[in-house]
Design a protein around this ligand. Sequence first.
Ligand code: PRP
Ligand code: URA
Length: 209
Amino acid sequence: MSITVVDHPLAAHLLVSLRDRSTPPTWFRSLTKRLTTVLILEATRDLPSRPRSVATPLEVTEGRTLVQPLVAVPILRAGLGMLDAVVELFPEVRVGYLGLERDEATFQPSEYYAKLPEMTDAHAFVLDPMLATGGSAVAALDSVKKAGAEWIRMVSVVSAPEGIKALEQAHPDVPVVTAAIDRELSDQAYILPGLGDFGDRLFGTEPKD
Ligand code: PRP
Ligand code: URA
C-alpha cells in the first residue's frame, strides 16, 4: 500500500494549530478546510485526465481535462469538515455519505447511515480525518468498493501506525494521503499525540471537564 505523508510547511503550520487544545471550533473548522485543500492536491496528483483542444482568442492549442466522475465520501461526522475543500476545488464532484460510529468499549465501527451514488468508473476520495484503529476506514472502503469504485484514495489528517497496518491488510490497493503518522494509540484507542476527538472539536460537542 502506498502512504504519502504530505511534507509541506503550510500543512505543518495548520496541523500544529489543529493539535492545540486551545483552538476553538470556529478556528478548528477553518484549519481543517485549509489543510484538506493541501491534502487533496496531493491525493489528486495522479488523477486521470485526457487531451482537449481549445481555441484561445489567438489560435488552437492542446490542453488536458479531468476524467469524470469524481466522488467524495466523507465519513460522518468528522469527515464533513473536509468536504468543503473538495467541493471548492472540484465543484462537479458527486458526494456520497457514510455514517460510522465507533463503539466506545470495543472500538468497532457500526454503520448508521449510507447513501452512495453508483461508483463504477468513479474516481473516489474517502474523507476521514482520523485513522486510529483503522476500523472505520476499512468499513468505509468495503462499502465504497461494494458500490463499484476501483480508483480510490483515502485522505486523513492524522494516522496511527495501527490504522495504517489495518488498511494495508484489508485494502492494500488503496493509497493513503495524510498529514502525519503519529506514535501510537492510547488504551482508549485515541491517537497519541493526536489532536483529541476530531468530531467533538469540529462541532463543539466536547464534554466539559
Ligand atoms: C472518529 C473518526 C473516525 C474514527 C476513527 O469517528 O472521525 O471516523 O473515529 O477511528 P478508528 O480508526 O478507530 O475507526 P467517531 O466514531 O468518533 O465518530 P464522529 O466522527 O461522529 O465523532
Ligand atoms: N477518533 C478521533 O476523533 N480521535 C482519535 O484520536 C481517534 C479516533
